[in-house]
Design a protein around this ligand. Sequence first.
Ligand code: NI
Length: 144
Amino acid sequence: MFRVTRRYTFAASHRLHSGELSEEENRRLYGKCNNPHGHGHNYVVEVSVRGPLDGATGRAVDIAVLDELVQREVVRPFDHRNLNQEVAAFASVVPTSENLGFEICRRLKRNWKQVFPGEWPKLEKIRIGETARNIFEVRADEIE
Ligand code: NI
């Protein structure tokens, strides 16, 4: 069994603000991330897959196929977007990196069999680097 991780980047803006909290609670909880006009991040998304090596190719995953999926489902819909206003999933869900991780993982899982119809490779996890110091990780088999 082999594990392969591929790194992607996109830039997006967001505002951390929960409709379930008061203005004051939002300011206290999210601090400057609650700034009404938003702020941006250069997100780094790492997608990890696992599978046995294919005897003929010596590879565990066709990177070009993975790239096409991640570009279509993640990079193109999110790059240079305001996540709160331009991504439907975040219309009423706070676009924290945790929720962004769930959304990215769900999108990849939902479309996985379409591009990888065989038993392997499987999606293992995704990691999101929001800043150099904040890394968020979601395991595909731990979400619905
Ligand atoms: Ni932020």
